[in-house]
Each structure stands twice: as C-alpha cells, then as structure tokens.
Design a protein around this ligand. Sequence first.
Ligand code: ZN
Ligand code: ZN
Length: 115
Amino acid sequence: MIPKEYRGGCLCGNIKFLALGDPNNPHTCSCSMCQRHSGALTLCWVEFPKEAVQWTGEGGEPSLYRSSDYSCRAFCSQCGSSLGAIDDGPTVGLILGNFDHQGQQELAPLSLMKD
Ligand SMILES: [Zn+2]
Ligand SMILES: [Zn+2]
C-alpha cells in the first residue's frame, strides 16, 4: 500500500516538508508558547513520527529555537514563518496552516470538530 503524502511549507517556499503515512493527534493549542511562536491566539497542530517527515525545500531543515527542555520550535529564517515543533523524542509537530491541501478530514483538529 502506498503511504499517504502530506506536503506543505513556509510563506516564501524556502522550507518545504513532505510527511508520509498517518497523521497523529490533530489538535489545537492556545498555550502562551504557541501564541508567541506564531503571533496567533490558537495554533492547529498535527503530529508525525520524526522519520516520516522529510525537509524537501531549498533551505533544507528549518531553523530551530530551543523552547523547552524537550522540544525546539521550527521556523524559516528567511520569511519567519512558524513551521512546527521538533521534539527531542521521536515526534515532529507540524502546524496545519502550512499544509498545501487544507480540509482533509484526518487533519481536522479535534477541538474544532465538535458540532
Ligand atoms: Zn520561508
Ligand atoms: Zn501550545
């Protein structure tokens, strides 16, 4: 079976990602760290195993800011877009606003799915 592909990137296109397989735990977060990282009141996230995410743009891997003792925030040093969080553990969190194709059911953040 061919794994599902999810592509996206930053505002200027310097940093692009390709995530393969099943996305985990789509959710929103409104913590103060997410707010400062993005400038938005709420961020929408989805997680992938680290090995499922490739950085495919010309800029290679995003720039990192160590935001806690277990994770770094990822961003584009050229345009400043917030891209995600790269944990010291085996998880990468990607910000859903950067995905090329929006509105896929499996990417719907849980807290926005309440009817
Ligand atoms: Zn950029
Ligand atoms: Zn947060």
